[in-house]
Design a protein around this ligand. Structure first.
Ligand code: NA7
Length: 532
């Protein structure tokens, strides 16, 4: 039986949960569909050892409910995956949101019915439903990428993937473990895998910049202090470029002397992780500042890795600092000082094939009992193009997005009325704190719906020219930075055949909010509103 609703929300991660909670409050009949068997989104799937958020726990949490903010006590500066998943379960319980969801329901198709002015969706298990509004809260990093390596499926040992890690303990003691991939996931997992494995071999294609998290437990005193500072911290985050309270050094790089520069780099280093890229304004724009950051990083690396050859392999060569997301680690580089850990440089020793017993490179064969793939995601578009989405006159999103995706503010797609994409390409979300961007995106979607309902419109659709202009603006801003020179998932470079271009909006969270507010205040300028 096909059920009928006002709104379908796909996904039960941060954005989906927020939207569903607030849709109910707005009096909408909402059905949530989630591929996982419970809430959590990213934090449901990515259960690999060492998985942590690289945004501080106090910031990476909902701000919409003061009691929720006060009652949830984070235990560490950077929360682990289990703790974030517990938090999202707490949110789901507290706002009784699960009753709106059907779990274990992965969307396979969605099509717009122009006559009935609604979306009809189907899941892989055959569930069907209709609704006037379809909110896609499917996540920016949720379509895993498993490389098509020769012989991949012949491996007779254990195959693990960071983004689909099994529930419950995985015993790797005494086993010869290989890891392919050294992005954030690999960098977080490797130190913990090394603690268990008898031999750990890391196959690295590109070296990344990784900065220690300087993680620590939050004691009662720090917690009390954080609570006192929270209102101000939130205010700074909502007005900041990345949804967090941190800002760059107030003095421009060019006006600082050597000593001041070192002090600034040192301070931002000890802030930890991705915050290093914020040391100076323009660090990811100006090659001179970037190079100074690179030299500082390389000095730190020399302190962390003893063997000069291993260190050289771990030194990033293919991108400026911060133009791929800086990894936030806990003992990553130090792991390579251990005698049972081997680093294989796939640049000099390309991977030839996976065999039933291990991995063969151009140089030799190595035996493994376990292969861990930490090979990333088809970011920002992959979760949507995996679904057969059909808009007006049967047009296909998969086809439309075989080139670079054109969106209006990330949320609106020309040709797809009432399809609202949260944290989509053209939004700043993956460059920002997802907890706050999810609130902003959920609100924007619900405001668009309310605007239509209050005025008797049955559909809202981004105009093609508005989407083109927004996308061109977004690409133009990215062109002014060093980001385009990095072969990253931000630009689609990690997926063979994917159209290249900087996918997120780089103008900053606050600038984006301001633009959304202008558009909303002008009656959702740039969208076509109609009634049938
Ligand atoms: P990433 O950052 O995309 O990293 C994937 C890693 O896997 C990266 O080192 C890739 O090398 C490597 N990779 C991918 N395909 C291959 C093949 N075929 N052979 C060898 N190595 C390969 O994904 P993560 O999951 O680590 O992190 C994603 C985001 O999640 C992160 O930025 C945070 O925002 C949270 P490459 O660099 O492409 O040469």
């Amino acid at each position: 039986m096909t059920t009928q609703h006002d709104l379908l929300v796909v996904g039960a991660g941060l954005a989906g949960l927020y939207t569903t909670i607030h849709a109910e409050r707005a009096g909408l009949d909402v059905l949530g569909l989630e591929a996982g068997d419970d809430v959590g989104g990213t934090w449901y799937w990515n259960r690999y050892p060492g998985a942590r958020c690289d945004v501080e726990s106090i910031d990476y949490s909902f701000s919409f409910d003061d009691e929720l903010q006060r009652e949830w006590r984070w235990t560490e500066r950077y929360a682990t995956q289990p703790e974030i998943l517990r938090y999202l379960n707490h949110v789901a319980d507290r706002f009784d949101v699960r009753r709106h969801y059907r779990f274990g329901q992965r969307l396979s198709a969605a099509s717009w019915d122009e006559g009935l002015q609604h979306w009809e969706v189907r899941t892989e298990t055959g569930l069907t439903a209709t609704a006037r509004w379809l909110v896609m809260a499917t996540g920016g990093l949720s379509k895993p990428q498993l490389p098509d390596l020769p012989g991949r499926d012949t491996f007779a040992g254990t195959v693990l993937q960071t983004s689909a890690w099994p529930e419950g303990p995985v015993d790797l003691r005494g086993r010869r473990v290989a890891v392919i991939g050294t992005g954030s996931s690999g960098v977080q997992a490797i130190p913990l895998l090394a603690e268990q494995a008898s031999e750990l071999t890391v196959y690295q294609r590109s070296a990344n910049y990784s900065v220690p998290a300087f993680n620590r437990p939050i004691d009662d005193e720090e917690w009390a202090q954080q609570q006192r500072a929270l209102p101000r911290r939130r205010e700074l985050s909502w007005n900041g470029a990345a949804g967090s309270p941190w800002t760059s050094h107030p003095v421009p790089f060019a006006e600082t002397g050597e000593e001041e520069r070192r002090a600034v780099f040192e301070e931002s280093w000890t802030r930890g992780g991705v915050l290093f890229a914020k040391a100076f304004q323009g660090l990811t724009v100006d090659p001179v500042i970037n190079d100074a950051a690179r030299l500082f990083f390389e000095e730190k690396l020399a302190e962390r890795v003893h063997d000069p050859e291993v260190r050289a392999t771990l030194t990033p060569r293919d991108h400026p600092v911060g133009t791929k997301r800086i990894c936030t680690d806990s003992g990553y580089y130090e792991t390579f000082n251990a005698p049972h850990v081997t680093l294989v440089d796939l640049r000099t020793e390309p991977l030839a094939e996976v065999t039933p017993t291990g991995i063969r490179t151009a140089a030799r064969h190595r035996e493994h009992d376990v292969i861990v793939y930490a090979t990333g995601f088809d970011a920002m578009t992959g979760a949507l193009t995996a679904i057969d989405i059909r808009g007006r006159e049967g047009r296909s999103l998969r086809e439309d997005w075989s080139g670079f995706p054109s969106t209006y503010l990330g949320i609106g797609l020309p040709g797809y009325p009432n399809l609202l994409v949260l944290n989509g390409p053209g939004s700043p979300s993956v460059l920002s704190n997802m907890a706050l961007t999810s609130e902003q995106q959920g609100d924007l979607a619900l405001r668009m719906i309310a605007h239509c309902r209050d005025r008797g419109f049955t559909s809202i659709e981004a105009r093609a020219d508005a989407a083109e202009a927004w996308t061109a603006h977004s690409l133009e801003l990215a062109d002014r930075t060093l980001f385009g020179s990095a072969p990253s998932w931000y630009t689609g470079a990690n997926i063979a055949g994917k159209a290249r271009g900087f996918l997120p909006y780089i103008g900053g969270f606050k600038a984006y909010i301001d633009r959304c507010e202008e558009v909303a205040a002008a009656g959702f300028r740039g969208f076509v509103l109609s009634s049938r």
